[in-house]
Design a protein around this ligand. Structure first.
Ligand code: FMN
Length: 410
């Protein structure tokens, strides 16, 4: 079968002939091309190769976000309804008690925390303000000694086997997340899951020449320090520990155990590496101050998308009080039902420096890899630009509480 790179529209790949220049032997099927492969003309990954000689129906030729959303709905049948709004609605198939079965893309318990994330963020509305000299919004942000095009990152994701219906290999999933973020001018994160080697994510970041952030579960200090060293040697951008992972429903076997961490243990982790360290799972100002004291390079406000503690607070409820304590002293990352560029602006106004997206990128990575993930970032970026123009924000520093109003009717 023959393929065309849909990015440059120049490179053609014929499976029968292979491609000598990029080391593909004759007979190499597209699914067997390594995910680190790059188009020799424009440098994008294999997810851009599209069948050339397939009879494609009119609808199929438009590979937009709707197309990839439909593909992911098919791939996740029974796990995720891929609803128009991914909000932890109690009627969605991912929510409700699972009695110990994997939670898929839903939340812990009855998914009340997942729902609280959405409700808490949606109670804020953006104030429209259009009479002001036009200024093209400045969206770039500097963090971890890097400059990103957008104040948005991909949240750490893992667990295709347990949470995403084993739809694609775990390393391909990571690759789509990392490359999609990179080609959108930002950074992707990957997690770790008990069903894959604990260092798989960091190794895939290594293949991507270090462009990515691995998040490790709060395992024993000994294991974490070993993983931190490995990440440092692979020259990753930063290293994260998801402290909320102490309540993971997956890390429950004697070999794969997770723990709560003390102030001293945080300090030990920060001190064991020269790389910036991020602590995630912070949901109150006291913990945020402890992260600051540990010397970490970022405080990540998150309840893990409602996947660990049920009946918890929504991120938008706690973000302003956390920001009040630590803003300007340490960068603040935040996630939790961020779906659009409008949501990003609200999260920034509530006190974050960077907003992160989880579930939508998981669906994009399984359905279309790098290309679909990039498309999602681009969509969010376009709306963020529009939201900044329409709320009178010229720079990200203009995104403050005064651009928000709390709805009375919810
Ligand atoms: C399928 C799935 C897997 C996840 N795996 C991890 C992980 O391995 N490590 C981690 O720190 N967070 C993990 N998370 C949490 C996300 O990083 C993020 O905090 C959360 O998804 C944000 O909420 P949102 O999905 O509503 O955007 C996972 C989330 C999902 C949905």
């Amino acid at each position: 079968m023959k393929y065309l790179c849909s990015n440059c529209k120049m490179f053609q790949y014929d499976e029968d002939k292979g491609d000598k220049e990029t080391g593909l032997l004759p007979g190499t099927k597209v699914e067997n091309i390594p995910h680190s492969w790059k188009c020799p003309v424009c440098g994008v990954s294999k997810s851009y190769l599209e069948p050339l000689d397939k009879k494609i129906s009119k609808e199929e030729t438009i590979k937009d976000l709707t197309y990839y959303r439909d593909i992911s709905r098919e791939m996740l049948t029974g796990f995720c309804g891929v609803y128009p709004v991914c909000d932890g609605d109690p009627d969605h198939i991912c929510t409700g008690q699972k009695y110990g079965a994997p939670i898929g893309l839903g939340g812990a318990g009855q998914a009340k925390t997942f729902e609280a994330n959405y409700k808490a963020l949606q109670q804020y509305r953006l104030k429209m303000r259009v009479i002001k000299a036009h200024h093209e919004p400045e969206m770039s942000v500097s963090i971890f000694n890097k400059t990103l095009d957008i104040p948005i990152m991909g949240a750490a994701l893992s667990g295709v086997k347990s949470s995403l219906k084993d739809a694609i290999p775990e390393n391909d999933f990571y690759w789509g997340l990392l490359k999609g973020a990179q080609s959108s001018g930002t950074i992707g994160m990957v997690g770790n899951t008990p069903t894959s080697p604990e260092d798989l994510g960091v190794k895939v970041i290594g293949e991507n020449l270090g462009w990515g952030i691995p998040f490790f579960k709060p395992q024993s200090q000994e294991k974490l320090i070993r993983l931190f060293k490995m990440a440092e040697n692979l020259d990753v951008v930063a290293i994260g520990v998801d402290l909320g992972g102490a309540g993971s429903t997956f890390w429950v076997t004697p070999e794969k155990r997770v723990y709560r961490k003390s102030e001293n243990e945080l300090q030990e982790l920060v001190d064991c590496t020269k790389k910036p360290v991020i602590f995630k799972g912070i949901m109150n100002p006291q913990d945020a101050l402890k992260v600051l004291d540990s010397g970490a390079s970022a405080c990540y406000v998150s309840n893990h998308g409602g996947r660990v503690l049920d009946c918890g607070q929504g991120v938008a409820e706690v973000l302003p009080e956390i920001s009040k304590e630590i803003s300007g002293k340490i960068p603040i990352l935040a996630d939790g039902t961020v779906r659009t560029g409008f949501d990003v602006l609200k999260v920034l106004a509530l006190g974050a420096d960077v907003a992160l997206i989880g579930r939508p990128l998981a669906r994009m990575s399984i359905a279309g890899g790098e290309k679909a993930v990039k498309m999602y970032f681009d969509y969010v970026k376009d709306d963020l630009r529009r939201a900044m123009i329409l709320t009178g924000c010229n720079t990200l520093q203009d995104a403050k509480m005064n651009i928000l109003d709390k709805a009375q009717f919810h």
